[in-house]
Design a protein around this ligand. Structure first.
Ligand code: SRM
Ligand code: SF4
Length: 564
């Protein structure tokens, strides 16, 4: 029996409802080539067709338009997302991405909530050169979007030493193992030619060994975590791998399944969900079990309704026992009993720390993950100079922050001076609430945004800082996450305070998540205007300061008191 047949996807019953438009598209062009190459070569075409925009996603590209300019006509620009398991790159790779962003994008690098980099604002005419440039740094954009396994998240701190490196190696191996096999990516972006599989018929007959002709019903996300840190928000992933370390040695993972954030307003059939703990796997079993989990989604996920197509709905409807049995059957692995673990924090490590090998690392707070130069803060230039001069390893965190690693202790002072000379804001200059909080990209690039998020973040967090000061607790850390729409790209539903865009200037207010990413928050106000937030925060924080128990965090207080 061949590999494809052994995975069983050809034997599964077809979905009883009619397949969605995306399913038909994938079926018609299983190489994912579409007409991308032809449109790319056509200098007169300023955009790709709607069908091709779906294929482009699998190549790591979103066709967007600058929504600030819509009144005067659409200006098409591309988002490019890079694959980077665990968010780790070399200094040389960073410098090249920095250069490419200056030449072809909007002169910024955007750290994402899944530890990678996005370019925004790339014109179609510059797309080919940008993707080629990225690949020349030995990075790729393949499978960072689309109905496939996405960028895998891994604990970011270099402070965890050997186990951290092991997790990174396993994540990289898993990412390669689960990568789509289409030759179209290479032919379009590297060779610069249309995909030629000798005949049209052959192209249509292409079958990816893992994903089949129609790939997954929807995106699929893996995340690793190493307790006590839950910096990757592991339970929000389709599949989570919680590392279990005994006597300093990685013995395996508790596998979780069925996490996800996305929902739609006024559609209660869609909801955020935290993953269930399914069982224990050893590092040797990991790939087979992960593969089995992906094929369960591939074969049972909803292919008619994309809003119901994430793995979380299978877990919610069919249950943990069913999922475990399917995974065991497909992988041939009997999962062990889950091992005890405890999370204490989702925070990124800020400031200077010493690595187990004696070298130093610096965790920087990057406001909304946007590496850019402004009048007062030349962060992008500062990082370029630092990376050129001190050659640190670069690590992007799931909190949209940045870590400079492997720095010789004697360089700590000089590196800090370079940052200060460029006006870069050091983590100790940022309030605890601001450092802990994040925002999704939203306007002007995101086509799904209903309200401002990244651009409103400084103001919204400013409201919180003022209210905390007025309540007499200015140094309080509260995790606030803003998303411009209910898709939840900043993972707002596990934050202590979540602000979810409803309409311009209007948000849903969620309260009651915790500091460990293990509890969903709840709707406190279905609509609140941005300019009502100062008063709302003042009232909430004042009450919190008066009523909290010793050491109690805002999210725990809100959960205990406001939803009692
Ligand atoms: Fe996301 C769609 C940005 C992490 C849930 N997300 C989008 C798009 C591509 C909009 C679109 O489809 O047209 C956004 C591009 C905006 C732009 O201009 O940059 C977008 N998502 C992002 C990023 C850049 C937000 C950020 O501030 O960092 C993150 C990129 C991650 C990466 O590197 O791969 C990002 N998105 C997430 C997360 C968080 C996570 O994975 O840890 C989630 C919630 C977890 C989950 O998947 O459930 C998330 N994004 C979504 C959804 C809802 C999916 C669902 O199940 O309903 C959409 C909408 C969709 O897929 O149709 C979406
Ligand atoms: Fe866009 Fe919504 Fe994601 Fe924000 S949460 S980036 S508005 S899809």
């Amino acid at each position: 029996m061949g590999f494809v047949a052994s995975l069983g996807f050809m034997t599964q019953p077809a979905s009883p409802s009619s397949p969605s438009a995306n399913e038909l598209l994938k079926l018609a062009s299983p190489t994912l080539a579409g007409n991308i190459a032809a449109t790319l070569a056509d200098g007169t075409a300023e955009r790709f067709s709607d069908d091709d925009t779906q294929f482009l996603k699998f190549h790591g590209i979103y066709q967007e338009d600058d929504r600030d300019l819509r009144k005067t006509g659409k200006k098409y620009i591309m988002l490019i997302r890079i694959r980077m398991p665990g968010g780790v790159i070399s200094p040389a790779q960073y410098l090249e991405l920095d250069r490419l962003s200056d030449v072809y994008a909007n002169q910024t690098l955007r750290i994402t909530s899944r530890q990678t980099i996005q370019f925004h604002g790339v014109l179609k005419s510059n797309l080919g050169a940008t993707i080629k440039g990225i690949n020349e740094t030995l990075l790729t954009t393949l499978a960072t979007c689309g109905d496939v396994v996405r960028n895998i998240t891994v604990p970011a701190s270099p402070g965890i030493g050997a186990v951290g490196r092991e997790l990174l190696a396993q994540a990289n191996a898993l990412a390669d193992f689960l990568s789509p096999a289409t030759p179209a990516y290479h032919s379009i972006w590297i060779d610069g030619t249309e995909l030629n599989l000798k005949s049209e018929e052959k192209s249509k007959d292409f079958i990816d060994p893992l994903y089949g002709k129609t790939y997954l019903p929807r995106k699929f996300k893996f995340g690793f975590a190493l307790p006590p840190s839950n910096d990757t928000d592991v339970l929000t992933n389709d599949v989570g791998l919680i590392a279990i370390v005994e006597e300093g040695k990685l013995v395996g993972y508790n596998l979780t399944a069925g996490g996800g954030m996305g929902r739609s307003h006024n559609n209660p059939a869609t909801f955020p969900r935290l993953g269930d703990v399914i069982g224990f796997v050893t590092p040797e079993q990991l790939q087979q079990v992960a593969l089995a989990a992906v094929t369960v989604h591939r074969d049972f996920g909803d292919r008619s309704n994309r809003k119901h197509a994430r793995l979380k709905y299978l877990l919610a409807e069919r249950g943990v026992e069913w999922f475990r049995a399917e995974v065991e059957k497909r992988s041939g692995v009997t999962l062990g009993a889950a091992r005890p673990f405890q999370f204490t924090s989702v925070s990124d490590p800020f400031g200077w720390h010493t690595q187990p090998d004696g070298r130093k690392f610096l965790g920087l707070s990057v406001a909304t993950g946007r590496i850019k130069d402004t009048e007062s803060q030349k962060l992008k230039t500062a990082l370029r100079v630092v990376v050129e001069r001190f050659q640190p390893e670069i690590r992007f965190t799931p909190g949209n922050n940045l870590i400079l690693a492997n720095i010789a202790p004697e360089n700590e002072a000089a590196l800090t001076v370079v940052l200060k000379e460029h006006g870069a804001i050091l983590p100790e200059q940022v309030s605890a609430v601001r450092r802990a909080s994040t925002a999704c990209v939203s306007l002007p690039t995101c086509g799904l945004a209903l309200a401002e998020s990244e651009r409103a973040f400084p103001t919204l967090i400013g409201y919180a800082e003022t209210a905390l000061a007025e309540a007499g607790i200015p140094g309080e850390e509260i995790i606030i996450r803003t998303s411009g729409c209910p898709n939840g790209c900043s993972r707002p539903y596990v934050a202590e305070i979540g602000l979810v865009g409803k309409a311009p200037g209007k948000y849903q207010l969620y309260l009651g998540g915790n500091a460990t990413g293990t509890r969903l928050n709840r709707v406190y106000k279905d609509v609140i205007k941005a300019d009502e937030l100062p008063g709302e925060f003042r009232a909430l924080f004042t009450r919190f300061a008066q009523e909290r128990e010793a050491g109690e965090r805002f999210g725990d207080w809100a959960n205990r008191i406001l939803f009692a």
